[in-house]
Design a protein around this ligand. Structure first.
Ligand code: CDP
Length: 213
């Protein structure tokens, strides 16, 4: 089962790229950030603190695929809480099996999978055929996220988005368990000066080359 692992920091465009690659290849797609966001959303709904590691571990233990359909997953406050629960080792352990199962036996008999996140190439699928690390400057990424929020009809202030993004990146990069980093055998794609089409073309030619298509 060919696996395409796509990692990168907040709003690097990895989700858009992963979704387009999966559609083009007819591969199954898993946005692994939505798992951490789902756990965060469940914790916030209970009125609990995402820093409470016992509660977070318990909620993650009860995670099911249905939780990915929760409506508030893309909210900024859920993203921040997701990055807090994602530093919890027990939470990561609970969600790891779901991700590996998806990669091994994707739904609907797809012939390959695309997973995006922070530790796909390093921890979840270290044997992935293709590993991409998507980067862009914090300012470019904040601009993209700001636009995404405004397009959704949410209130958004650019300076606040940039601050939140730096805070979340910092936490994701410096945590002890599965920190955000490029795998040694990953190809880094700096998309600071690329639009979504250009990033897709660059990634697609790498995939074609690696899978000899
Ligand atoms: O879309 P965005 O880049 O804002 O974030 P996301 O991919 O939805 O991930 C939300 C949070 O989940 C991240 O800030 C990480 O802390 C965490 N995450 C992780 O630790 N490992 C993954 N494989 C995916 C997400």
């Amino acid at each position: 089962m060919p696996v395409i692992a796509i990692d990168g920091p907040v709003a690097s465009g990895k989700g858009t790229l992963a979704r387009r690659l999966a559609a083009a290849m007819n591969f199954a797609y898993l946005d692994t950030g939505s798992l951490y966001r789902a756990v965060a959303s469940l914790i916030l709904e209970r009125g609990s603190d995402p820093n409470d590691s016992v509660v977070a571990a318990k909620v993650a233990d009860g995670f099911t695929a249905d939780d990915i359909n929760r409506h508030d997953l893309r909210d900024e406050k859920v993203g921040q809480a997701a990055s807090i629960v994602a530093a919890n080792q027990e939470v990561r352990k609970s969600l790891l099996e779901f991700q590996r199962n998806f990669a091994k036996t994707p739904p609907n008999n797809h012939l390959g999978v695309v997973l995006d996140g922070r530790d796909i190439g390093t921890v979840v699928c270290p044997d992935a055929e293709i590993k991409l690390f998507i980067s862009a400057t914090p300012e470019v990424r904040a601009k993209r996220r700001h636009k995404e929020l405004l397009d959704r009809g949410d209130a958004s202030i650019y300076a606040r988005v940039l601050e939140d993004l730096r805070e979340r990146d910092e936490r994701d990069r410096n945590r002890d368990t599965a920190p955000l980093r490029a795998a040694e055998d990953a190809v880094t794609l700096d998309t600071s000066d690329m639009d979504a089409n250009k990033a897709f073309e660059a990634a697609k030619s790498l995939v074609n080359e690696r899978l000899s298509l």
